[in-house]
Ligand binder design. Structure first.
Ligand SMILES: [Ca+2]
Length: 126
């Protein structure tokens, strides 16, 4: 991978995070002041595990992980699939925080985490 490819990828994922964080935090903080902290920790924990599993964010491995958790194979992770992912990874989370966490991953608010959103999360920086 050359230098320019590297830079453009990190810029793209930064923008992705800024965008998805902004859209999520506002409504969440109003409802539950602790939520932002909990969800941030959750994102970091999952990101750390996924970075390890994907050997530092290899998109090929990240895609394989996505397929493993996409139980109904519709190329998107539902909130149920993400919930079962968390429990398989033994990440404990109160049920009420799964929704805001999921919403951060679901950057375009489609109701599912598509492969590109997953790759942006696993291979980007948190
Ligand atoms: Ca989505």
């Amino acid at each position: 991978m050359d230098y320019y490819t590297d830079v453009s990828q990190s810029i793209a994922s930064d923008e992705f995070y800024v965008r998805m964080m902004e859209s999520t935090w506002q409504c969440m903080e109003a409802e539950d002041p602790a939520a932002k902290q909990v969800v941030t920790k959750l994102l970091k924990d999952l990101h750390g595990i996924m970075q390890k599993l994907s050997k530092g964010g290899d998109p090929v491995i990240a895609t394989k992980i996505f397929r493993d958790f996409d139980l109904n194979q519709n190329n998107a992770l539902t909130i149920d699939e993400v919930t079962s992912m968390l429990s398989k990874l033994q990440i404990s989370v109160e049920r009420k925080y799964v929704q805001p966490f999921f919403k951060v991953l679901d950057a375009d608010n489609s109701g599912c985490v598509e492969l590109e959103e997953w790759i942006a999360f696993v291979c980007g920086a948190v």
